[in-house]
Design a protein around this ligand. Structure first.
Ligand SMILES: Cc1cc2nc3c(=O)[nH]c(=O)nc-3n(C[C@H](O)[C@H](O)[C@H](O)COP(=O)(O)OP(=O)(O)OC[C@H]3O[C@@H](n4cnc5c(N)ncnc54)[C@H](O)[C@@H]3O)c2cc1C
Length: 421
């Protein structure tokens, strides 16, 4: 075993609330709203200075289509991107958005919903005992502080809080633990005239599509404003491991400059680099072991569950974990995600929402997109609130009541006539 210290100190209790949400990405923001609309006092802890998770911090500013456009996600589209709002819930949309607008929108939304947001508040530890969490320890601009709560929702994407508590988890492919690669997203802007190219030292000049990190073009252009969103870098590694992230950040930025140079030589002569995400995006890290684990066969068989909380028909979408330039993309018709995927096998007052739910490597490649994480988060926030009202553990929340409370928050779940369960 490597060297270790025992570290003990008194931590002041800064605040408390009914529901504490850790992580302000798609799952966390929706969880906070879901709990606040259920009448609970909510504190949302976010380690950065912005809400939105990968959608803002990672510049992943396009929502992939999931089929069921409902609940808070539908409300966001109606309020922020109304021209993209589909008339029916089942019509898929894939709207591109400004990460800056979403960042502002979410700040205002939290204020209106009465959610107390703590920025630059990074979860670092827990106070727990007797199968329940009592408080989280947070690193803030005023040092370490404790925040107490009755229910906790881990929306860190990495299951950081659940892992800290000792909840069992898996990572990546079942065969070798390798995860999908990381990508540093960026934007280019059409300036209407040729731009001066700049390839910094150490950044290779790509000569053909085959030499690009993903071996393909992958970008979206908004029709009206000449803004190109580029998803073309690719760095192998595990986004929740220190050494891998240390290597990935500089490598991904080298690739950004090389891809910009390549695009400017190949049809995008008028486009200037206009924004690079503040951090390299992480697709996949850790999955908790929950009461149910979503599997590839659930996706391919279109499985339906009594305790459904989210529905999606987003494809299986696996960027090669091996460092190859390939992506495994497979259509799925649509499936349910059950509540039990968010309930960890240990700790009665903890839920995990977002991409770190209990799912296999293949299953998470489909459920990971933002709209699904918003749906999971909203359900988790409502369930946490219900478990307080019913004085029960999160695992015992009555599903019929959860569905009624979700419906009251405009979540519409599609019910097939002949479900195969
Ligand atoms: C490169 C890339 C491209 C993608 N492409 C698309 C796409 O085109 N469309 C799409 O819909 N989805 C896409 N996705 C997937 C999607 O963006 C994510 O899976 C989704 O954002 C996950 O949501 P989440 O809330 O679970 O986690 P995240 O979005 O990762 O949010 C987690 C939040 O928790 C915070 N946090 C983490 N640790 C702590 C801590 N210790 N204390 C406090 N806060 C913490 C983080 O700062 C962050 O704000 C892509 C992802 C990547 C990386």
């Amino acid at each position: 075993m490597s060297a270790a210290y025992s570290y003990k100190r008194q931590i002041p209790v800064y605040d408390s609330a009914d529901v504490i949400v850790v992580g302000g990405g798609p799952a966390g923001t929706a969880a906070a709203i879901g709990a606040a609309r259920s009448g609970k006092r909510v504190i949302l802890l976010e380690k950065s200075g912005q809400l939105g998770g990968m959608g803002t911090l990672g510049n992943v500013s396009i929502f992939m289509p999931i089929g069921n456009v409902t609940g808070i996600y539908r409300e966001f589209i109606a309020e922020m991107l109304d021209s993209a709002l589909p008339p029916g819930h089942d019509q898929s949309i894939a709207p591109q958005f400004s990460p800056f607008v979403l960042r502002h929108y979410l700040n205002e939304k939290m204020r209106k919903e009465g959610v107390e947001t703590f920025f630059h508040a990074e979860f670092v530890g827990t106070v727990a005992g007797d199968g329940a969490v009592e408080a989280v320890i947070v690193s803030t601009r005023e040092g370490l502080q404790a925040i107490r709560g009755l229910r906790f929702i881990d929306c860190t994407g990495d299951a950081r809080m659940a892992i800290e508590l000792g909840v069992p988890f898996t990572s990546g492919r079942e065969s070798d633990g390798m995860t999908q690669p990381m990508t540093l997203m960026f934007m280019m802007q059409n300036t209407g005239k040729p731009v001066r190219r700049y390839l910094p030292e150490g950044c290779p000049a790509y000569r053909s599509v085959d030499e690009l990190p993903q071996g393909r073009h992958l970008f979206w252009e908004q029709n009206d404003d000449g803004m190109l969103l580029v998803n073309m870098t690719r760095v192998k590694g595990h986004g929740a491991r220190i050494a891998d992230v240390n290597a990935a950040e500089p490598e991904a930025l080298r690739q950004v400059f090389s891809i910009v140079d390549y695009l400017q030589r190949n049809g995008f002569e008028n486009y200037a680099l206009s924004h690079v995400a503040g951090q390299t995006g992480v697709r996949e890290t850790n999955q908790i072991q929950g009461l149910y684990t979503l599997t590839e066969s659930d996706l391919t068989n279109g499985r339906r569950f009594e305790d459904v909380v989210a529905q999606t028909n987003y494809e299986i979408d696996i960027h090669s974990p091996d460092g190859h330039r390939t992506t495994d993309e497979r259509h799925v018709d649509g499936y349910d995600i059950p509540y039990r995927c968010m309930v960890p096998v240990a700790f009665g007052n903890l839920l995990v929402a977002g991409r770190a739910i209990s799912a296999t490597h293949v299953a998470m490649s489909s459920m990971r997109v933002q709209a699904t994480c918003y749906a999971l988060g909203q359900a988790a926030g409502i369930a946490a609130s219900l478990s307080i009202d019913r004085a029960c553990e999160c695992r015992d929340v009555p599903i019929d009541e959860l569905h009624l409370a979700m419906a009251a928050q405009n979540v519409r779940l599609w019910k097939p006539e002949h479900p195969h369960r």
